[in-house]
Design a protein around this ligand. Structure first.
Ligand code: ARG
Length: 460
């Protein structure tokens, strides 16, 4: 291929080192449809004949079919997917194959392929996120009145419903969807026609090519068009945030599945035993999701570091963009796929959640609020409630067990209705402020999540 300025053969080791076919062959579909659009554009401008275009398209369609069916194998010795396709094409259709690369360079070609590939990944990942959000919403629907302790500082704080808890994660996923949709806008800009770096002397029609390939617009500066990998960085940024959310949920599952919490039991299908300790049921899958989060962050940092200080325009360093971003996409997809069934098949141990909610004085705020509603300033009420909790701790009781006479020693404002006020179920139900944990609020949240998911559904 390089017979031109260079006369000698390149070193075998150098060839292997230089080659990207091992990881860029997964973009063969994008490469081929990009080439088909390119041929159509060249013909529409009279740069090649219609007959040439026909031959190129037939040849390219044949390669696509043969690669898909496995009749044609990727040559591991090719330098990259672009060279491979062009080489096979020329072998198959002869001289006309050599016309395809008119008014284009691998620099704009690789940027095009990567953008097309990643917009597809964006869509697939969004689909999986929506599925997970639906699973969480279904759990919320089932557990709108399942009481559990909510925590701050990992200390029992106030009662919340398990449904409310699940919806917190659904909200995170909605933001993730939004971020991906936004990032997709910047991915979906066509670099083709920027050529090597400076544009071309041919009378090309970049917009036609972009439209054929379903891009929303074209890169407006050719140097930028071939140098820009912001879109891959941005995608990995969004994916890192997805993983951060999944790892937080995974961590909760790991904790809840422990003997100490006992809030859930994971299905046998999603736990593993220990090779030595017969009693173990480890939450390996959730741990792996937590662990793989570091890997996706690493992919993001890798590309940011590769691009740092890189001069314009194309530099071979940029070949390093692909493995990381592919790995990030693959990892996120795998984690999303496995998390939904883990959640669907787990058993929610309502009894243990309630037991935990009954200990830890998570109705102490409500006791203070009771006094406030009877006219006491909050700070004073807070103090009394705190003293009662301290007395209960000393005597190993919970607030519900303290007799009314004893309450009245702390304040004359206490009456029989205080027991209703500190009843856990009531405590939960009374938190009916918008976005709160009451059943009515949970139902509103479910409707909100569903409406966003339905609105989104037909986008891509
Ligand atoms: N395999 C290369 C990459 O992934 C394609 C672009 C090569 N361009 C060049 N001027 N060497 O970046």
């Amino acid at each position: 291929m390089w017979a031109g300025v260079t006369a000698g053969e390149t070193d075998r080791l150098a060839d292997d080192f230089n080659s990207s076919i091992r990881f860029d062959s997964r973009m063969f579909r994008e490469d081929i449809s990009g080439s088909m659009a390119h041929a159509a554009m060249l013909a529409s401008r009279g740069i090649i004949t219609d007959r040439d275009c026909e031959l190129l398209n037939e040849g390219l369609a044949g390669i696509l079919e043969d690669l898909q069916s496995g009749r044609l194998e990727i040559d591991p010795n090719a330098e990259d997917i672009h060279m491979f396709v062009e080489q096979v094409l020329t072998e198959r259709i002869g001289e006309t194959g050599k016309k395809l690369h008119t008014a284009r360079s691998r620099n704009d070609q690789v940027a095009l392929d990567l953008r097309m590939y990643l917009r597809g990944e964006c869509d697939e990942i969004s689909r999986l996120i929506r599925k997970l959000a639906e699973t969480l919403t279904a759990l919320a629907e089932e557990h709108g009145d399942t009481i559990m302790p909510g925590y701050t500082h990992l200390q029992r704080a106030q009662p919340v419903s398990f449904g409310h808890y699940m919806l917190a994660y659904a909200m995170m996923l909605l933001r993730d969807l939004d971020r991906l949709a936004d990032c997709r806008k910047r991915i979906n800009v066509s670099p083709i026609g920027c050529c090597a770096l400076a544009g071309t002397t041919y009378d090309t029609d970049r917009r036609m090519e972009a439209e054929l390939l379903e891009f929303d617009g074209i890169a407006m500066n050719s140097l930028d068009g071939v140098s820009d990998r912001d879109f891959a960085v941005e995608l990995m940024g969004a994916l890192s945030i997805v993983m951060m959310h999944l790892s937080r949920l995974s961590e909760e599952l790991i904790l809840w599945a422990s003997w100490e919490f006992g809030f859930i039991s994971l299905s046998d299908a999603f736990t593993t035993g220990s090779s030595i300790m017969p009693q173990k049921r480890n939450a390996d899958m959730a741990e792996l999701i937590r662990g793989k989060t570091g890997r996706v962050y690493g992919d993001l940092m890798g590309l940011l570091t590769t691009l740092k200080g890189l001069p314009l325009a194309y530099n071979k360093d940029m070949q390093e963009d692909k493995e990381g971003v592919f790995d990030a996409c693959d990892t996120v997809k795998m984690c999303l796929k496995i998390l939904s069934p883990i959640l669907r098949t787990m058993t929610v141990r309502k009894d243990n959640m309630l037991k935990a909610a009954q200990k830890g004085f998570i109705n102490a705020t409500d006791l203070a609020d009771y006094l406030v509603k009877k006219g006491m300033p909050f700070r004073n009420a807070y103090k009394i409630s705190g003293s009662l909790v301290a007395a209960c701790i000393r005597t190993d009781r919970v607030l519900e067990e303290v007799p009314i006479e004893e309450y009245r020693e702390y304040s004359e404002l206490f009456a029989e209705d205080l027991y209703e006020a500190i009843d856990l179920k009531n405590c939960m139900e009374k938190r009916s402020s918008e976005g709160g944990t009451s059943q009515a609020s949970v139902e509103k949240q479910i409707a909100y999540v569903r409406s966003v998911l339905n609105d989104d559904k037909d986008i891509h």
